[in-house]
Design a protein around this ligand. Sequence first.
Ligand code: DSN
Length: 439
Amino acid sequence: MSTTVSTKSAFSGAPDTMDQISADVLEHIGSRDPEAARILAEEARRQETTLELIASENHVSSTVMHSVGTWMTNKYAEGYPGKRYYGGCTWHDAIEDLARDRAKALFNCAFANVQPHCGANANIAAFMALLKPGDTVLSLPIKSGGHLSHGLKPNFSGTFYNIVDYDLDPETERLDYDAIRAIARECKPRLIICGYSAYSRTIDFAEFRSIADEVGAYLMADIAHIAGLVASGVHPSPFPHAHVVTTTTHKTLRGPRGGLVLSDDEEIAKLVDRKVFPGSQGGPLMHAITGKAIAFGEALTPEFRSYQEQVVANARALAEALVEKGYRLCSGGTDNHLMLVDLRGRDADLTGADAERWLEAAGMIVNKNGIPNDPRPPMVTSGLRLGTPALTTRGLKEPEMVRVADWLDRVMTSKGDEAVCDAVREEIRVFCGDFPLPH
Ligand code: DSN
């Protein structure tokens, strides 16, 4: 349900809690476009005073944030460093080389293309590099935790390729590698995809590669959700197993919004470059590539590894606290940064859509999510997907996860009672003051 808000009133200044550089930027915009500045200030305030539990979101450092609003936005740079279709690209070459080199160091691989505008675009380029239209792709469907660009019918992937599904084991709600192998033997895919949007368990990339090798398929790992964990060694790496690895840059990796393709295979690398540009994109977003370079630099630090360890520790603590309150978690828990809560375990009538709405009113931002074999439609669902990357960025640790679980439970057991939501909203507003956004 969308809410119409008035944006007409004038900008009344940056929130007090904002860091000086951000406040100066906002005041500057406000002096020229108060209407737009008001919206930005409101969004900053929303982020400051609410708890972000969407597993695919994060808060970037102010360095990354401000780096995407720079001179780099003014330039066309079609092509690649040293081979551009436009003059004046010296510094664009330098920043793209920096981003590529840091990405390769981060994931310990030989090739990186940092130009995809988003994860879905990275996947388009990977498909185009490895497949012809009509080829068979074996993947987990979105209803079981996969991604729309892995084969959903209305998406490019489901439109141009022959998609065969594998599924989770209905009992354990985990990947069943023997069953995947059996389907692969039967359908003989050209490509097998692993890596998911709502799967809370460790992925065995070596096992996937052994299946791919047995049937002569390529293996693609879409690590969009777990990229930060992988870069820090907190989740096993898809290298050297996957032929191609795709990811977004803005989830656990904590960079600007964008996509990335990685590989260790020289031939595939050449194809991916051609399929990103000119195959599926025009001018790269050089301001976003600047932010990627800086975020990858941050991710190469020891602090980033500690952050990822805390993300996983927090997810485990939140999962345990919810189970103690009677919630059922799909697959029984989590090994990574997210969990899928089957709300029916607590109350058979509870839906993801209701919970999402009530929790937002109480200052907790979540997304409804189908659970495996969900009888409810995607806009209703029986589940919530919860993640800890953004909370961990703010400095929350295990004891705070118990508080978050309490707030979640209070709101959901009250069925969104207005007085309960208001009381929790106020507690969270005060709590957030102790855990400021990164400066
Ligand atoms: N839509 C993203 C997510 O929320 O997981 C995946 O691209």
